[in-house]
Design a protein. Structure first.
Length: 234
């Protein structure tokens, strides 16, 4: 054998021989993360609390109360009828003192102590069993120009003084007499809004039966002024 062939044979014996066909490579095994019991318990607690909150909200939405509502305009002193009132089912805030529908018959026949507007809830403080014009009184409508009435909004029940002022031509005579102007007590029953253009306000004032005709004469002569009495005054 030649030296070349001998060298080749030796080299082939020294090379590593394959042991077999390589198979697919397996991915590294990852161990599952251990769940901590505290985190699991907290998650379950939050889920339970959320469910309870939804349940409470649904109960509140479903907890509705039948109340009395006003369905048409009712003027101060007007007697309430069933046609003036209606019923509605609402989620009522405890702070709202509305008349319950079961007590409707307790307010029918009473008088409106304030002006009632359609769509509003009826409260017991808005009705009264007493007439706004008491026995021995008269109701006198008084039309007053802007300069004859206070800028303060008049509300039912306010005490006022009806002041007689001298008419033109009598001012000097009254000044020399030194006597104070004559006044009569009254009580506001209702005051209208100012008329467009003129600003005239019509005030219904309750006075004694003896003073009613005098007040009416002052109104007719245009010699009346209205003054608010101090709170608690008569």
């Amino acid at each position: 054998m030649s030296k070349t062939k001998e060298s080749t044979a030796v080299a082939e014996r020294e090379l590593p021989q394959p042991t077999g066909v390589a198979g697919p490579v397996s991915p590294p095994r990852v161990s599952a993360r251990r769940r901590r019991p505290g985190v699991v318990a907290l998650s379950l607690g939050l889920i339970a609390a959320g469910g309870a909150g939804v349940a409470v909200l649904l109960l509140q939405v479903g907890d509705r109360t039948q109340v009395v509502t006003v369905v048409r305009d009712v003027q101060v002193g007007q007697v309430l009828t069933e046609q003036d009132l209606g019923k509605a089912s609402i989620a009522l805030d405890p702070a709202v003192k509305a008349v319950h529908a079961d007590d409707l018959d307790q307010v029918v026949g009473k008088r409106a102590a304030v002006e009632l507007r359609p769509g509003s809830l009826l409260a017991r403080s808005q009705v009264t069993k007493d007439s706004l014009v008491k026995p021995g009184e008269q109701l006198v409508p008084i039309g007053l120009k802007p300069e004859q009435i206070p800028a303060t909004v008049l509300v039912p029940g306010q005490r006022v003084q009806l002041v007689h002022v001298p008419a033109q031509g009598q001012a000097e005579t009254d000044k020399t007499s030194g006597s104070p102007p004559r006044t009569l007590p009254g009580r506001v029953v209702k005051a209208s809004a100012a008329a467009p253009g003129t600003g005239v306000v019509v005030v219904d004032v309750a006075t004694s039966a003896d003073d009613g005709p005098t007040v009416a004469a002052w109104v007719s002569a245009g010699t009346l002024r209205l003054v608010l009495s101090a709170p608690g005054g008569r």
